[in-house]
Ligand binder design. Structure first.
Ligand SMILES: Nc1ncnc2c1ncn2[C@@H]1O[C@H](COP(=O)(O)OP(=O)(O)OP(=O)(O)O)[C@@H](O)[C@H]1O
Ligand SMILES: [Mg+2]
Length: 278
């Protein structure tokens, strides 16, 4: 089954049974890095899958299996050695406003306030200052940072910075969110809050999301589909369709047998393969 199937039902009646199309088409993508230590290193080998519009897809796999590389290729930040990525039918040749990266290393502008950071994208897109501020404030409300709009990044906690980064990317309204372990560095409680907020935002806007994580629970909680990768060279090992109902409530999922069984099945699969330690 490829990604171009009818989406799972969601809460809003007007969005139920929306006909899905493949927004992202990844076809036989391979990536070979020329490295000083290891010579030619095949990071990705023949990765092919489609992501339907509005789908939330997670990528799991051992450290070094090429998850970030794949996301960077879809984002247009790194070129594939062979194969192709199409977004809305057009080949990816570089970054674009249709794909919003939420990467840990994409730091906030330290010289801008929280509001200034979030207004940046809309201003670049030609909105007036008033329009940009309205949009930015709406998003800051969504990520519960209204009270912090005049703070500077250095005055925020790690979790708050991640919230601002998410709001900043959402502010220029990309069709696709590319998220590379966005919550990886956070404490468990903040991470749960942010997962809930992300789900809330996603259930509202139904953006297409490619989400890289090391957490099986996080992937099952958030996703429609999960791709588990093999290590070195990175390939798709197994695809899991997460047929859990939405909207998802953590407390209900934790006692849901389908959730538990999927977490265990994926954990088991991943335990069978140790990460490359060299
Ligand atoms: N710019 C680069 N030059 C050379 N090799 C690279 C480069 N970027 C990544 N690699 C190699 O490609 C492989 C995949 O790296 P990548 O960062 O995509 O893995 P990952 O799955 O995101 O790992 P992690 O879970 O640790 O973030 C690794 O073996 C890494 O050493
Ligand atoms: Mg990575």
């Amino acid at each position: 089954m490829n990604g171009g199937t009818v989406l799972p039902l969601v809460g809003r009646p007007d969005r139920i049974q929306r006909v899905a199309t493949n927004l992202i088409e990844i076809a036989a993508v391979s990536k070979v890095y020329d490295t000083s230590q290891r010579g030619r290193h095949v990071a990705l080998s023949e990765i092919s899958f489609d992501v339907a519009e509005g789908q939330f897809v997670s990528i799991l796999g051992p450290s070094g299996c090429g998850k970030s590389t794949l996301l960077y290729i879809v984002g247009g930040f790194v070129d594939a050695t062979s194969g192709s990525v199409r977004v809305s039918g057009a080949p990816v040749t570089g970054p674009g406003p249709d794909r919003g990266p939420v990467f840990q290393e994409f730091a906030l502008f330290p010289w801008k306030t929280v509001l200034g950071n979030v207004m940046y994208g809309p201003l670049q897109q030609g909105l007036s200052r008033t329009q940009a501020a309205t949009r930015a404030r709406e998003l800051l409300g969504l990520v519960h940072l209204t009270k912090y709009e005049s703070f500077y990044p250095k005055e925020l906690s790690g979790g708050m910075k991640q919230r601002v980064a998410l709001a900043r990317t959402l502010a220029y309204q990309p069709k696709i969110l590319l998220m590379d372990e966005p919550f990886g560095a956070l404490d468990a409680l903040t991470r749960k809050h942010l997962q809930n907020e992300l789900l809330e935002i996603w259930e509202r806007d139904r953006k297409t999301v490619m989400f890289v994580t090391h957490s099986v629970e996080e992937a099952v909680f958030l996703s429609d589909r999960i791709f588990v990768m093999t290590n070195s060279p990175g390939r798709i090992r197994k695809v899991f369709d997460v047929a859990l109902p939405r909207p998802r409530v953590r407390a209900e999922l934790l006692v849901d047998r389908r959730y538990q069984e999927m977490v265990v099945a994926i954990e088991k699969l991943m335990d069978e393969q140790e990460p490359e330690l060299s």
